[in-house]
Design a protein around this ligand. Structure first.
Ligand code: 3H9
Length: 707
C-alpha cells in the first residue's frame, strides 16, 4: 500500500484514509493505494465493511489536474489506475461507504459513486466541475450520476459544473445520509447498520435510470446553451449524460470518447492554465508567506460615486465595516440611493436574501467628514480621476488616519508614486484598481509604488482573497497593465472603422472571438468622456505625426458619452442598454475617412481580430520585458477577470502562444509596414518568436528560478 493511503480498523470495519494534501487529489499512487487497501480487506474474513474517507480537510477534489498535461503530451495514459480501481470498488462483495467532508469533486464524486453508500458532513459539497476545466466527467460520472438522480438533474450538474450542498445532494439522492457530529463515528455507525441488514452491496451501475423528464431536460439544454457561448465541454457533457440511456458499458465507452475529445482540445488546455493561473498570481516573487499582514477590521472609502459605492459594497459583502465619505449631502444621498438600488436588484434576482442585504447595508456607514477615519485599517480613495484632486485627498488622509493605515488609490491610470508624494508615508501607499461594477468584477489590479512596503503588498494580496477578488500585483506606469494594453486595442478598433469596417462588424468579430463585449460597446459602457479625457491627458507625449483616431472627438463634442447619455458609438433609446447601430455615426466616420484621404475597403473578420488583439499582445510583451507584470499569466488573469477575455482562450498571452508567436510577430511586422511605427514589434516578442519559444516558457523559466 502506498504512503498516500492508510488502512486502519475499527472492529470489523476497515477504514481506508487518503492522505494526499492539500486536497487529496487522485495523483499517481492514490488509486493504487486504495486498490491495495480494498484487496487487503476483501481477503480478510474479519472485515465486514469498509469506509473510504479523506484525511485533512476534505474528501477527494478529483483527478490530479497537473497530470493532464502528461496525458496530452503522450507521457501517460488516461486514468489507467482509476479505471482498474473503480470496478474493484463497485464489484466488491463487502459494502464500501464513502464518508465525505469538505468536497467530493470530479473523480472524487465518481469514486464515491462507485462506493455502495455515501454519507457526508452537513458542510460538505459535491459536484462534477470538470466543465470549468474544459472537460467532462471521465471516470463514469456521466453514467452513474443519472442512475442516482435522473438524466436532467445529472445533465445540469455535469454541464453546469456548480457545486451542490450536502443537504441538496441528500435531497436529490446523491447522498444516503447526512452525519451530525464526528463524520468517521457517524460513518462507522452507518456501516454497522448496513452490516446488521445483511451487508449486501448496492451497485450504482446496476440501478435503473429514474423516469425521463423531457421538459426538464430541454430546460437544462436551453440554460446551458445560454450560459456557455463558445464552450465545447458543456455540450459534450450533455451528450455523455444522454448516453447513459445506453447499456452501462456502452455509455462508459461513449463518455471516454467525449472525455478524450475535450482533454485534447485547446479549450481545456487554456482553462487548466486559468485554474492554475488564478492561484499562481497570488504568489509574489520576493514576498513569501513569512511577510506579516496587517489586520483589516475596518475600511473607509473616499468618494461615493459609482466606483466608491461598488468598492464599499465589496467590503460590506465580505463582512468588513466600511465608512463611505462624500463631500456634500446631495452626492452622498445619491451614492447611497444607488447602493440601495444595486442591493435591491440582487435580492430581486434571488442572489441575496432581504436579511443579508440589511446586514450588509448596516456595515456601510455614510459620513461627510473624516471624524472616524482613525478607526480605518485601510482607506480607498475613489474620487474623480485627476492628479491634483488625488494628491489633495492623500494629503488630507495623512492627517486623519493612523500611521499604520494602508492608503490605497483606485486610480485607473495615474502615477501612484506621484500620488504618494502627497504623504510622508509612501510605504503605506498602493494602488487598488477595482473594475466597474466593483462589487461584481473579480479583478483587483494592485499597483506597487517604488516605496510600497512588502507588508502593504502582502496585506493587499490577502485582502483581495477576502473580498473574493483575483488580486494581481503590477508595477507603476501609465494605465498599469490592463488599461495600458487596452489603449492600442481601442485605437485599432477605431482605425478599422475609419478604413472600412462598421462599428458593429468590429464588435461582432470580437464577440465571435469570445470577448464578453466588443470594443465599441465597452467604450460606450465605460464612457466616451472618460476615454476622451484620458487621451487628451497623454496627448503631449504622443510623437508628432502619429496617426490619431478621428471620430472620438466628434462624438464627445456632441455630448455622446455612451450609455449614460443614451448615445455614443451606438444609440440607446429610452434609457435602454440595447445598442442600436446609428447611421449618423456611420456617416461621420465615412466623412472623416474621406477628409483624411483614407480609401475604405472590405475588412475580413480575421483581420479585425488580428488588428485589435495583436497590438494588445505586443504591448503585453513590452510590459513583461519592463517587469510591470511579473509573468505572462498575470496579464492573462487581468484580461480574463477585468476585460471579459474568454477564459477558454486562456488570456491574451496564452492565446498568442496558441496562435504561435512566430505568426503573431510576422503579422505585427506586416502591420508595421502598412500602418507605421505604432506597430513596431516588442523586442521580447521578436526574441521569443525567433527562438521558437512561448510566453509560457518564459513563465516556467522564471518560476524555476524563483523556486
Ligand atoms: C477530474 O476529476 C476528471 C475526472 O472526471 C476523470 C479523470 C480520468 N489537482 O483552490 P485551492 C491544488 S478533473 C491538482 O487554493 P481551496 C491547487 O492548485 C478534476 N491540484 O484551495 C492549490 O495548489 P497551490 C475535477 C489541485 O480550498 C491547492 O490544491 N476537480 C486540485 O480554495 C489548494 O487549492 C476539480 O476541478 C486538483 N484536482 O479550494 C476541483 N485541486 O497551493 C478543482 C486543487 O499550489 N479544485 N489543487 O496553489 C477546486 O475546485 C478547489 O481547489 C477546491 C479547494 C474547492 C478543491
Amino acid at each position: 500500500m502506498s504512503g498516500l493511503v492508510h488502512l486502519t480498523r475499527d472492529g470489523d470495519i476497515g477504514i481506508i484514509t487518503i492522505n494526499n494534501p492539500p486536497v487529496n487529489a487522485l495523483s499517481i499512487g492514490v488509486p493504487e493505494g486504495m486498490a491495495a487497501a480494498i484487496q487487503t480487506c476483501c481477503k480478510d474474513p474479519s472485515v465486514k465493511a469498509m469506509i473510504l474517507i479523506g484525511g485533512g480537510t476534505t474528501f477527494i477534489a478529483g483527478a490530479d489536474i497537473k497530470e493532464f498535461e502528461k496525458i496530452t503530451s503522450g507521457e501517460k495514459p488516461i486514468g489507467n489506475a482509476l479505471f482498474q480501481l473503480f470496478p474493484l470498488l463497485e464489484n466488491c462483495s463487502k459494502p464500501i461507504i464513502a464518508a465525505i467532508h469538505g468536497t467530493a469533486l470530479g473523480g472524487g464524486l465518481e469514486t464515491a459513486m462507485c462506493c455502495h453508500y455515501r454519507v457526508a458532513a452537513a458542510s460538505a459539497r459535491v459536484g462534477q466541475p470538470e466543465v470549468k476545466l474544459g472537460l467532462i466527467p471521465g471516470a463514469g460520472g456521466t453514467q452513474r450520476l443519472p442512475r442516482l438522480i435522473g438524466l436532467a438533474k445529472a445533465a445540469e450538474i455535469c454541464a453546469g459544473g456548480e457545486l451542490v450542498s450536502a443537504a441538496e445532494a441528500a435531497r436529490i439522492g446523491i447522498l444516503d445520509q447526512l452525519i451530525d457530529g464526528d463524520l468517521l463515528q457517524g460513518a462507522i455507525a452507518f456501516a454497522r447498520q448496513v452490516i446488521a441488514k445483511g451487508g449486501v452491496p448496492c451497485k450504482t451501475s446496476d440501478r435503473p435510470i429514474p423516469p425521463y423528464d423531457p421538459q426538464a431536460m430541454s430546460a437544462v439544454k436551453h440554460a446551458v446553451a445560454k450560459r456557455s457561448r463558445g464552450l465545447l465541454a458543456p455540450q459534450k457533457a450533455i451528450e455523455a449524460v444522454e448516453a447513459a440511456s445506453l447499456p452501462f458499458e456502452e455509455g462508459l465507452q461513449r463518455e471516454a470518447e467525449l472525455f478524450a475529445e475535450c482533454l485534447f482540445s485547446e479549450q481545456s488546455k487554456a482553462l487548466i492554465h486559468v485554474f492554475f493561473g488564478e492561484r499562481e498570481v497570488s504568489k509574489i516573487p520576493g514576498i513569501g508567506q513569512e511577510v506579516s499582514k496587517l489586520p483589516i477590521r475596518v475600511a473607509a472609502v473616499v468618494g461615493a460615486g459609482t466606483m466608491g459605492g461598488g468598492i464599499a459594497m465589496s467590503y460590506a459583502n465580505a463582512g468588513i465595516p466600511v465608512l463611505l465619505k462624500e463631500t456634500g449631502q446631495e452626492a452622498l444621498e445619491r451614492g447611497l440611493a444607488n447602493l440601495r438600488k444595486n442591493y435591491a436588484a440582487t435580492v430581486q434576482k434571488g442572489r441575496m436574501t432581504q436579511a443579508e442585504m440589511e446586514q450588509r447595508w448596516e456595515l456601510i456607514q455614510p459620513t461627510l467628514n473624516y471624524d472616524r477615519f482613525t478607526e480605518a485599517d485601510i482607506v480607498v480613495e475613489a474620487v474623480f480621476e485627476g492628479m491634483e484632486l488625488k494628491k489633495q485627498v492623500f494629503a488630507e488622509l495623512e492627517k486623519v488616519t493612523r500611521p499604520d493605515a494602508i492608503l490605497a488609490s483606485n486610480t485607473s491610470t495615474l502615477d501612484i508614486d506621484a500620488i504618494a508624494t502627497a504623504t510622508s508615508r509612501p510605504q503605506q501607499v498602493i494602488g487598488h484598481h477595482f473594475f466597474s461594477p466593483a462589487n461584481v468584477m473579480r479583478l483587483l489590479e494592485i499597483v506597487r509604488g517604488k516605496e510600497t512596503s512588502p507588508q502593504v503588498i502582502a496585506t493587499s494580496m490577502a485582502l483581495a482573497k477576502t473580498l473574493k477578488k483575483v488580486g494581481v500585483l503590477v508595477g507603476n506606469c501609465h494605465g498599469f497593465v490592463g488599461n495600458r494594453m487596452f489603449g492600442p486595442y481601442q485605437r485599432e478598433a477605431q482605425f478599422l472603422v475609419e478604413e472600412g469596417a462598421s462599428v458593429q462588424e468590429v464588435d461582432a468579430a470580437l464577440v465571435d472571438f469570445g470577448m464578453a463585449l466588443g470594443p465599441f460597446s465597452v467604450a460606450d459602457l465605460a464612457g466616451l468622456d472618460v476615454a476622451w479625457r484620458i487621451r487628451h491627458e497623454v496627448q503631449h507625449q504622443v510623437p508628432q505625426g502619429t496617426r490619431q483616431p478621428l471620430v472620438l472627438d466628434t462624438l464627445y463634442e456632441r455630448g455622446r458619452y455612451g450609455q449614460k447619455t443614451g448615445a455614443g458609438w451606438y444609440r440607446y433609446p429610452d434609457g435602454s442598454r440595447m445598442a442600436i447601430p446609428d447611421p449618423d455615426v456611420q456617416q461621420w466616420i465615412e466623412e472623416k475617412s474621406h477628409q483624411s484621404g483614407i480609401v475604405r475597403r472590405d475588412i475580413s473578420k480575421e483581420e479585425i481580430v488580428e488588428r485589435v488583439l495583436y497590438p494588445l499582445i505586443n504591448e503585453g510583451a513590452k510590459i513583461l520585458a519592463e517587469g510591470i507584470a511579473a509573468r505572462a499569466v498575470d496579464i492573462d488573469m487581468i484580461y480574463l477577470y477585468g476585460y471579459g477575455f474568454p477564459a477558454y482562450r486562456g488570456g491574451p498571452m496564452w492565446y498568442a502562444d496558441t496562435v504561435g508567436l512566430h505568426r503573431v510577430y510576422e503579422r505585427i511586422c506586416q502591420f508595421e509596414q502598412q500602418h507605421g511605427a505604432e506597430w513596431s514589434p516588442a523586442p521580447l516578442l521578436k526574441k521569443l518568436a525567433e527562438s521558437g519559444k512561448k510566453f509560457s516558457d518564459l513563465d516556467r523559466d522564471r518560476s524555476i528560478n524563483r523556486d
